[in-house]
Design a protein around this ligand. Structure first.
Ligand code: SAH
Length: 243
């Protein structure tokens, strides 16, 4: 398990290889110190004290390999909150990309299968799966537009250029009451996706959301929104199978 070193002002260092000394801006920590138990204080050669603990899922998740753009966590949170994903859920995801969304969901759900059409990205997802130690994530080097093999699915997440092409396969794979969530950066994609949903009698469009998250500086009496602008990620369209 990777270890984390925490500095006083909140900065964390991720120690991937515990058999080697680790260098930080505060000096280096000796490899033998990584054998100490969680919560131990360790000192660098510059006599600065750091706290040692074992990384958790989110520490590891932040360090996965990224090939295509991954979905931000504010959007993952909305998917989880709106669909009630739980340890009983069966999920299908496409395109896999870097496997970020699929991995996040696999950490919560019973089983996640992700479809990724590109072999190079498929291999990156395999690496990330191993790094995160996920045994319930299945990766298929397949085109989701040509079919979904899973049945009785609770949630299908789509992060694809033409998500409307996945509606027919998704409709067959979903259980009644199951959700589709489509994530698209542009409104023409949302329009084409929703118009196709409206032509499909057993699927209903619940809502389309844009999640805007604003971080604040909190420093004594300097308490105000951070000055950087809010960037755009994508729109989330929620659909439910009703019959
Ligand atoms: N949600 C992912 C990022 C997806 S990027 C993450 O969080 O990591 C979109 C991906 O869809 C790309 O990797 C692309 O290769 C893949 N893709 C495009 N068309 C596809 C298709 N028809 N079937 C499966 N994957 C597809």
């Amino acid at each position: 398990m990777p270890k984390i070193l925490l500095a006083k002002e909140g900065k964390t260092f991720f120690v991937k290889d515990e058999t080697k000394d680790y260098h930080t801006q505060f000096g280096f920590v000796k490899a033998k110190d990584f054998k100490k138990k969680d919560g131990s204080k360790v000192k660098t050669n510059m006599d600065i004290e750091l706290t040692l603990f074992t990384s958790n899922f989110i520490d590891d998740y932040k360090r996965i390999k990224r090939a295509p753009q991954i979905i931000p966590r504010k959007d993952v949170a909305a998917i989880v909150a709106e669909t009630g994903v739980s340890k009983k859920s069966i999920i299908v995801d496409a395109g896999g990309g870097s496997g970020a969304l699929a991995s996040f969901l696999a950490n919560i759900a019973k089983q996640v299968t992700t479809y990724e059409i590109r072999e190079d990205f498929y291999k990156i997802i395999q690496k990330n799966k191993k790094f995160l130690n996920l045994t319930n994530l299945k990766i298929k080097n397949k085109n989701i537009y040509q079919g979904i093999e899973e049945k009785n699915v609770d949630l299908i997440t789509l992060d694809l250029p033409s998500p409307w092409n996945a509606i027919k396969p998704a409709e067959g794979a979903l259980k009644v009451g199951g959700f589709i969530v489509s994530y698209s950066p542009t409104i023409p994609q949302v329009m084409d996706f929703v118009s196709m949903i409206e032509k499909t009698p057993n699927l209903i469009h619940l809502k389309t959301l844009e999640i805007i998250q604003r971080e604040w500086d909190v420093e004594e009496r300097k308490v105000r929104p951070k000055s950087q602008p809010i960037g755009h990620s994508g729109f989330l369209t929620f659909v439910r199978k009703v019959s």
